[in-house]
Design a protein around this ligand. Structure first.
Ligand code: GLN
Length: 492
């Protein structure tokens, strides 16, 4: 079979269960595609063919014995921020170019229990800091829709791999938009769950109070399958919430679009820099949801202007603390011939971290230092609470809030944008992390250059099922999520 990569996760599951193809055939098919196509896309940092084929054979044996799960034998790509036992885990950094994790992240371990086959590890902005995947030590990943454009970031490798059909779905992480924005730039569906829904154990920390893992795939249905694997309480993550996870696949039709009240924040659609095509496509998708029975309600989110400054204090503050552990002593990069301990710290960190990571460490250290702590960090935490309250007030009168995922479509590679301009591009995603809410991106069409546009739906706490369900119904009524980039159509 030459078109296995065109099948949805449900079709893959059914095909494996019905012995239409084996996991080995499916895995070999994806490995062949990666070998042929990924040189152009550069979505993978590490491909693990031996391990993948061994896992595929084990999956086929389980199928034979009648002990298989729904996803046994289905391939996945993991963002290179999730620790994988015995396999290099880099977080896109020179600092961890030599790091072989001694254990699996909970998300990876759960994937193994579910029978998923790991194809490899995919690229990302260094330590998940960025919006383009260009800050990776391993080079920029390309957007499958236009190879001279970025796939977004930080989960750009995950998005590009799925959009080029080099993996049926992928894990991502979202600290301030890193699942939703690359999903938007690459025409995919991506879910950022409620903070605490997916275990952070073994997920290399960027900003611990904001980081959250989630699924990236073509459709809400495909995401629901991966969400069923990823979600759940974990004793090894103290911020993992002990609330039972839903069956996201079973709930795909549980929420009706009829009668759904969708809030349209006035402030969001008047942001300077909101691209006209993005605005038009998002408004068309909302019109479609209205036709399907939703009610659009104009709402106020008055804290919008505070999002970027608040996030860009809190995220770097936490990052500066989290990244202290990379000191050249215990693991990771160590400089050559240090003259003393201070020199070892200084040079290992200066040589091991790229410029964006160093910038954030400096900002964060400054904001946390005595004398500035109250003026910056404590103030930002207070504003963070106001941002959360703004959302909760909105949810008293609406069920969901709609927004673009990003003000523009994918940037040109190298166009980058001075750092502050890049930070402003996070305006629609970062408040969701500050508030700990769930949100989803769904593809809703293209701009004049044929680059994908995404709609973001933000829900109240624990509304992952509702978000997936609404997008699923939208996708039953439209076909944007089925569109494929030319490179994904290449056969091998
Ligand atoms: N672009 C944002 C940042 O650079 C978000 C990144 C993320 O979600 N990991 O911090």
């Amino acid at each position: 079979m030459t078109d296995l990569h065109r099948l949805s996760i449900r079709e893959l599951s059914e095909g494996l269960a019905g012995s239409k193809f084996s996991s080995r055939e499916l895995t070999e098919h994806y490995l062949k595609r990666i070998a042929k196509i990924d040189a152009q896309v550069q979505s993978y940092v590490t491909v693990t063919p031996e391990q993948a084929l061994a896992q595929a054979d084990a999956a086929d044996a389980l199928r034979q014995s009648g002990m298989a799960n729904v996803l046994t034998g289905v391939p996945v790509a993991h963002k290179d921020i999730f620790c994988t036992h015995g396999i290099k885990t880099t977080a896109g950094s020179k600092m961890l170019d030599n790091f072989i994790s001694p254990y699996d992240a909970t998300v990876v371990a759960k994937g193994k229990v579910a029978g998923l086959v790991t194809l490899g590890k995919v690229n990302m902005d260094e330590f998940a800091m960025g919006s383009t995947s260009e800050s990776s030590y391993f080079g920029a990943t390309k957007n499958p829709w236009a190879l001279d454009h970025v796939p977004g970031g930080s989960s750009g490798g995950s998005a590009a791999a799925v959009a080029a059909d080099l993996a049926p779905f992928a894990t991502g992480t979202d600290t301030g938009g890193s699942i939703r924005q690359p999903a938007s730039f690459c025409g995919l569906t991506g879910l950022k769950p409620t903070y605490g829904r997916v275990s952070r154990f073994g997920m290399i920390a960027y900003a611990s109070s904001l980081d959250q893992g989630g699924p990236m795939a073509r459709s809400a249905e495909d995401c629901a399958y991966l969400m069923n694997v990823m979600a759940g309480h974990d004793d090894r993550d103290s911020t993992s919430v002990n609330v039972a996870a839903d069956d996201y696949v079973a709930n795909l039709n549980a929420t009706s679009v009829k009668g759904l009240r969708i809030g349209i924040p006035k402030q969001y659609f008047n942001v300077a820099g909101l691209d006209a095509d993005v605005k038009a496509r998002v408004e068309e998708s909302l019109k479609k949801l209205e036709e399907m029975g939703a009610t659009l309600v104009e709402i106020d989110l008055n804290m919008t202007d505070a999002y970027v400054p608040t996030y860009y204090l809190i995220a770097p503050a936490e990052a500066s603390s989290n990244l202290q552990r990379f000191d050249g002593v215990r693991y990771g990069y160590r400089c050559e011939n240090p003259v003393d301990l201070t020199d070892l710290y200084k040079r290992s960190r200066s040589e091991g971290f790229g410029p964006e990571v160093q910038r954030r460490i400096l900002i964060g250290t400054y904001a946390l230092s005595a004398g500035y702590y109250d003026a910056y960090y404590v103030k930002a935490q207070k504003v963070r609470r106001l941002i959360q309250q703004d959302f909760l007030k909105a949810f008293e009168s609406v069920d969901m809030i709609a927004a673009p995922s990003a003000p523009t479509t994918a940037y040109k590679i190298g166009a980058s944008l001075d750092p502050v301009e890049m930070y402003l591009g996070d305006i629609y995603t970062i408040a969701v992390n500050l508030a700990g809410l769930p949100a989803i991106n769904a593809p809703v069409g293209f701009d004049k250059d044929q680059l994908p546009v995404g709609l973001q739906l933000i829900g109240n706490y624990w509304s992952e099922s509702q978000l997936l369900s609404v997008v699923h119904q939208y996708q039953q009524a439209t076909d944007w999520h089925t569109k494929r980039a030319a490179i994904a159509e290449e056969t091998v």
